[in-house]
Design a protein around this ligand. Sequence first.
Ligand code: ZN
Length: 291
Amino acid sequence: MTKVSSVALSVLALLGATASVAARECGPEALGVSRVITIGPKGNAVGLQTYPRTLDLKDHEVVLTFDDGPEAPTAKVLDALAKECALATFFVIGRNAEEAPAVVRRETNEGHSVGYHSYSHPAITLRLMDDAAAKADIEKGIAAVEAASGGKSAPFFRFPGFADTPALVDYLQGKGYTIFGSDLWASDWSPMSPKGELDLVMSRLEKAGKGIVLFHDSKAQTAAMLPDFLRELKTRGYKLVHVVRGEGETPVVDAGPGWTSTTEPIIAKTLAGKGKGAAGGEAHGHSHGGM
Ligand SMILES: [Zn+2]
């Protein structure tokens, strides 16, 4: 019988995980989870691609996040994570949660964190909606994911396309939500082979050295790549950090001088000409360039 790592056990204890999860066993060859960061109840915003601060990760520490599910590839993503005793955070779209509540329950039952990503993932983004409409979409999404998860979702929010507004950031932080940007991404909204995606994200990770990584569990190429990615993390000495809701202060570190937003120029380009009332036929699906 292979032994369950003590870290995995403490994670499971922390999460009050179900017996089916506790039965999961991974040997030392699995990636596993090296430590847990507790996200405190005070509102925050992290992820250097959008905000001038991020989680205080050590060199070679990685936080995995997946957006836009549940979709068809999500089960394969969960299978790949389970095989490595790896834990991630899913930013779930409210209407998808309504359609596939069993998948959201599987995510929380298996120890993953589940956060929010709006109800409708609006094509014009929350930024270009009226403030009241944007808040309504956010709240409807939160309610849908809370219901699907049986109340086990966490007060974590990621803006579709990272297209926030100061007012919406204040609104969410005031309610104790932590807003997650990302430190790097796989660009998995662009079609590429799983091998191409693996090479791209690993080269970016090697450059950054650590960080909150953004993937989409809605993408088949990401689901196909994930087993190799998790193996590669293990081989190259990366450690997985899991984020969960909790008490205390969230450990964050400020960006250095000269910080600039990676997402803002992309959002500006994507939303150019869209504006309130200008949402035309081009506003199909992910108009934000897939972020
Ligand atoms: Zn999204």
